[in-house]
Design a protein around this ligand. Structure first.
Ligand code: COS
Length: 382
């Protein structure tokens, strides 16, 4: 049973503790799901999470707009990740894919949220390109204004939910200025003419992932999210909200690895006594428990800071993501070691966690990028 004492920290309100209980009960009944067909599994997870009401936290309510509650987003991701990485993924993409609409969308654009919050439409965030992942300002994809329409040409890759999303948030160069100041964001329905899936990408923890091709995709001017040329800052603001939640997912994986380890060290005997009697094992367990708590403090510090009105949480979110994902990798590696051969046996819980965690140190800003962000913020007193 995972440690829940952190829910008593002052970062949380009663509504958060109630949400954590409700979701725990739902997860115990519904997770893990069968991963053999990840597309079908993700579509079903989104429908089920929507029917259960949990997707209402993933985006703002256009009929009653209030700020996203980042603590709820983090609690949901942590809890889902502890039970099933694919469930966490499905929830996370509904938030990231619509983040720009929640924060900057017009009332007309926000109509998508009525569907994504119910699980009736899936969303995706299309920022990375074959030639620019970490270096967002260097993107190649273009959006050229032609009368009342923008014409989009180029490629987006590593797009989670690519191929199963109903709506994409797409970034392209509109050229108001060079680099970061000439990028804009667009809301793009998956059915638009000229948009195709050019490749599906296989990764070590399978989930829907694709390269998208845009060939003379025509969008009305009303598809522009926010101001023309403001897309880079817009993407960074969305990532500032969602990077803490990546840390939360890593925390969920790490907590599960710690739970599995605590069971293992009590039930497995070595040299005539439980594994836990070995001081070297106790040292590992202590490191794991410490890393989990320290990661939780950083994740919920970032979420609480945002929820209590900070204009920017760039530093806090970067620290939360960097620390929680890097430390989760170490915690899970220790869990694998303590499980011995069972730790690398295909299908075991810790083997799954070992594959799940790796991508979190890369996506939504690699660990190395988070260090650049933290260092710049430190220099500027942020
Ligand atoms: N919020 C608001 N504005 C921000 C911001 C943020 N978090 N981060 C940067 N900006 C602003 C800067 O203030 C600057 O504006 P001014 O010129 O008006 O001062 C502008 O945006 C450009 O910023 P900067 O010079 O820092 O841009 P860089 O090209 O150096 O890039 C990094 C910065 C590397 C941090 C950025 O490209 C990044 O986060 N890369 C990782 C991308 C990523 O997460 N990809 C994954 C995609 S989703 S799976």
């Amino acid at each position: 049973m995972a440690d829940k004492s952190f829910l008593n920290w002052p970062f949380f309100e009663t509504k958060h503790r109630e949400l954590a209980d409700q979701l725990e009960a739902w997860c115990s009944k519904n997770l893990p799901v069968d991963h053999s067909d990840v597309d079908a599994a993700c579509v079903k997870l989104v429908r089920d999470l929507g029917a259960a009401g949990f997707l209402t936290y993933s985006a703002i309510d256009p009929d009653d707009p209030k700020a996203l509650d980042v603590r709820s987003l983090c609690l949901i991701r942590e809890t889902l990740a502890r039970h099933d990485g694919l469930a966490d993924f499905s929830f996370a993409m509904q938030g990231l894919g619509t983040g720009a609409l929640s924060l900057f969308g017009t009332p007309e654009q926000q109509k998508w949220l009525l569907k994504t919050r119910k699980g009736e439409a899936l969303s995706a965030f299309a920022l990375s390109e074959p030639r620019s992942g970490s270096d967002v300002a260097n993107m190649d994809m273009t959006a050229v204004l032609d009368g009342e329409e923008y014409i989009l040409n180029g490629e987006k890759t590593w797009i989670s939910n690519g191929g199963i999303a109903d709506v994409y948030c797409v970034f392209a160069r509109t050229g108001e200025a060079p680099g970061a100041k000439g990028i804009s964001a667009f809301v793009v329905p998956a059915t638009v003419k000229g948009l195709s899936i050019s490749e599906r990408l296989e990764v070590i923890a399978p989930h829907p992932l694709a390269t998208l091709k845009f060939e003379n995709v025509r969008l009305p001017k009303s598809a522009l999210i926010g101001d023309a040329g403001a897309g880079f800052k817009l993407s960074m603001s969305v990532l500032d909200v969602f990077r803490s939640t990546v840390g939360a997912a890593a925390l969920g994986f790490a907590r599960r690895a710690l739970d599995e380890t605590l069971n293992r060290v009590q039930s497995r005997e070595l040299f005539g006594a439980p594994l836990f009697d070995l001081q070297m094992v106790q040292g590992h367990v202590a490191d794991m428990a410490l890393d989990v708590d320290a990661a939780a403090l950083l994740v919920y510090r970032a979420a609480w800071t945002k929820d209590t009105g900070a204009a920017r949480v760039t530093r806090e979110a970067a620290m939360a993501k960097l620390y929680a994902t890097d430390k989760a990798q170490e915690v899970i590696d220790k869990a694998v070691q303590i499980h011995g051969g069972d730790g690398v046996r295909r299908g075991s819980v810790v083997e799954g966690l070992y594959r799940e965690i790796r991508a979190l140190r890369i996506y939504e800003g690699a660990s190395d990028v988070q260090k650049v962000v933290i260092a710049r913020q430190a220099l500027n007193g942020g």
